[in-house]
Design a protein around this ligand. Structure first.
Ligand code: ARG
Ligand code: ASP
Length: 721
């Protein structure tokens, strides 16, 4: 008897793509098919209340924040909440040695004090529409992939042009299921987004990169912005005359707190997932790409960390860069580990065998799908060395700040060599580069970059396949006999790109002659040589292979839909709006270990360590905790909760996403995933994958009790049910 049950469980685990209720990030236009399941899970709203193109609905309170995060409206005056790590770049740009908002926090005392952030946008989804038929117009079965792509591209351009609704709106057609379906998204983009509040880093990034991608977590990862609009409530460039945006919808904030098993719904703009990749694709990412990327990043991070620890200015300049590099580095390690633990490659291989058997049992199917996996295997084999070489360029050469910076001068150098180049074009280009130069040097430490250059060039020299080494690099290599220190010294001593005043001088009087000199600069020569290798040798093969893989994936997914008997599969994330449902849940990462689903402020004091930057506790926060000054934000169990875990399927881009209860009230802000679940972009495991959410009451507590910014809490609508 027991054996039978174990056998059935085993089989269930192996059933192809056996989706669990929590798995998937669903486009809101799929709601009508999903709503029953969601209501069974605990949702108490109708599909129309969540997504409607005629009436205001929940979706009108959700924005894409910048290009990589999500935010949520919480007041009728355009106030938005997102994560601290999403506002990080903006907060850093506003920071100076004399007013370091990143370290010390920032709280605008009134609307007049709210700070504009040039370049920062928030985007609303106005509506989505299935345009697959129009996109496929003229596509025939006998077409080559290239012709097919050309027809589709043209159709998309036509649709986007035709759908354009004027200033402030954008129309974008996006492929779903690797191009089995296409949706048109009409967006409204606001450009005057001001910084309203941010906790100090020792709250907003508490635990830093040490705790990143891990649970238990005690990070107050939020920041506050406000959307400003023209007097008629339309998107407008920054102007003093702009007024707070009046949203169609904003969320109520729940004071109730959560319990294990409670329904959770996440609305947001997840970036990329690859859940339907073949075994060969997963193998490439998890076991070939990730380890190489990790080893390059490890070198940079070690050097940065040392420099940051010994100098406050360096810490301020490199905090954001370090966090970005470390974030990917740690994620990749966790992902590979998770994929190995789940045995995803072997498991997918088995699934593929089943699929191939099914395909080959029918002649028509065999023609369509029979050769899929052989073709995939062959293509990935061809791709691998080129893909690897590409990583040496992007993580290696471009990981050296000086070189990356020099690569930005490609256009002006080209322009300066053209006989008929217009003086005005040169001047315009130089002006742009002048401001890029100032920005670059504001956050640059040459001594640090030198160390990075030495480490990365040595690594490239030792590990990059000879056939892909850029010509200029090989020349130096020959002269240096494997010793790079001398070259690095000379590079930094002679390159104009390492000398801000010389460079600014050239850009201030941008004559073609002085600009042509830049083309012979060693930093430029090196990065340009790697770009040539990339453009001429690496990219063409990568492009060709990836195109083949994309078309194989398209056919595979289409086949899976039939294989799965018409079951609705969720499309991979593609930075469009998605909804993911789950429940508040704990998890057990290993035998005998069980992680509770919420953390409290007690953990902040337990982690406190004045000697470790990531664990310095803000003295004011410590006082509030010790005096239990939690106000009405305390949980009914008497403790102050900080974060909790749930089983929603999320990915990068979901940061700052509102987490809603069954009534659509805000219970938290999503900000991360757990270590054991970092492989969820390739395979979601309902047992281990948890998203990490800031309890909204901790956010309110910090705004109100810590920062004394009651004016912001007063704008929100707090509810108790
Ligand atoms: N891991 C989270 C996400 O992928 C948070 C990243 C920011 N935090 C950090 N310590 N780097 O983006
Ligand atoms: N921290 C991620 C973000 O910034 C979210 C995740 O990957 O889970 O979007």
């Amino acid at each position: 008897m027991e054996k039978t049950i174990i056998f059935i469980l085993f089989i269930l685990n192996f059933l192809p793509f056996s989706l669990k209720a929590e798995e998937g990030m669903w486009p809101p236009v799929f709601l009508s098919q999903r709503i029953g399941e969601m209501q069974k899970m605990g949702l108490k709203m109708t599909a129309e209340e969540i997504y409607s193109i005629n009436n205001s609905s929940l979706k009108d309170a959700i924005v894409q924040f910048g290009s990589g995060c999500t935010g949520v409206l919480v007041s009728e005056k355009g106030l938005i909440l997102t994560n601290h790590h999403c506002g990080f770049g903006s907060i850093q740009k506003q920071s100076r040695m004399e007013h370091d908002y990143l370290t010390n926090g920032f709280w605008a005392g009134s609307m007049e004090e709210e700070l504009p952030n040039p370049g920062l946008t928030v985007t609303f989804l106005v509506r989505m529409e299935d345009v697959s038929i129009k996109v496929m117009e003229g596509v025939t079965a006998s077409m080559t992939e290239l012709d097919r792509a050309a027809v589709i591209k043209k159709n998309i351009e036509k649709i986007e042009k035709g759908a354009s609704q004027g200033a402030g709106f954008e129309a974008k057609v996006k492929p779903f299921y690797y191009g089995n379906q296409y949706f048109l998204c009409i967006n409204e983009v606001f450009k005057d987004v001001r910084l309203v509040g941010a906790p100090p880093s020792n709250i907003g990034s508490f635990g830093g990169d040490t705790d990143n991608w891990a649970w238990p977590r005690h990070t107050g990862d939020f920041s506050i912005f406000r959307i400003y609009a023209s007097k008629d409530n339309k998107p407008a460039d920054y102007s003093k005359e702009n007024v707070p945006y009046k949203p169609k919808k904003y969320l109520s904030v729940s004071m109730k707190g959560v319990e294990k098993g409670d329904f959770t719904m996440i609305f947001g703009f997840p970036g990329t997932t690859k859940e339907y990749l073949t075994s060969y694709g997963v193998d490439l990412i998890a076991f070939k790409e990730n380890p190489v990327k990790v080893s390059f990043r490890q070198q940079r991070l070690d050097i940065m960390k040392n420099a940051m620890a010994s100098d406050r200015r360096t810490r301020m300049q490199y905090a954001s860069k370090h966090a970005g590099i470390a974030n990917g580095w740690k994620k990749m390690m966790g992902e590979s580990k998770g994929i190995e633990r789940l045995g995803t490659v072997g498991r997918k291989h088995e699934e593929e065998k089943g699929f191939a058997e099914w395909a080959n049992a029918d002649q028509a199917r065999a023609i369509k799908y029979g050769a899929l996996f052989n073709a995939a295997e062959k293509t990935y084999k061809r791709l691998y060395p080129y893909d690897l070489a590409g990583i040496f360029v992007t993580e290696g050469f471009q990981g050296i700040e000086l070189l990356k910076f020099a690569s930005g001068f490609k256009d002006i150098i080209k322009l300066s060599s053209q006989k008929d180049a217009k003086e005005s074009d040169l001047v315009k280009n130089a002006e742009k580069l002048r401001s890029a130069t100032l920005t670059f040097f504001k956050d640059y430490q040459q001594s640090l970059d030198r160390k990075v250059a030495l480490a990365l060039l040595t690594m490239i020299s030792n590990k990059m396949s000879q056939e892909f080494k850029p010509d200029f690099f090989k020349e130096i290599e020959k002269k240096q006999h494997g010793k790079w220190a001398g070259f690095v010294d000379r590079l930094f001593a002679t390159s104009v790109f390492a000398d801000s005043s010389k460079l600014i001088q050239i850009l201030s009087e941008p004559g073609a002659k002085s600009l042509r000199k830049l083309a012979k600069d060693p930093a430029y020569l090196l990065i340009a040589s790697s770009a040539i290798m990339m453009d001429k040798t690496i990219s063409p093969v990568m492009l060709e292979c990836n195109r083949t893989i994309d078309s194989l994936q398209r056919i595979y997914i289409e086949g899976l839909m039939h294989y799965e008997n018409g079951r609705l599969l969720y499309p991979d994330a593609n930075s469009t709006m998605r909804i993911a449902c789950g429940k508040v849940d704990d998890y057990s990462p290993e035998d005998a270990v069980n992680y509770r689903y919420f953390t409290t402020v007690a953990g902040i004091l337990q982690k406190e360590n004045p000697d470790i930057y990531d664990y310095v506790v803000d003295p004011k926060l410590k006082n509030l905790i010790l005096s239990r000054d939690f106000g009405e934000y305390v949980d009914k169990d008497g403790t102050m909760h900080v974060a909790f875990t749930a089983s929603n399927h999320t990915t990068g881009g979901n940061s700052g996403s509102p987490v809603l209860d069954g009534n659509g009230s805000l219970i938290g802000l999503n900000f991360d995933r757990n270590w054991e679940g970092t492989m969820s972009d390739l395979q979601y495991d309902p047992d281990q994958c948890r998203n990490i959410i800031l309890d909204i009451r901790y956010c309110l507590f910090i705004i109100d009790r810590f920062a004394g910014a009651q004016r912001l809490v007063n704008e929100m609508k707090l509810v108790n049910d």
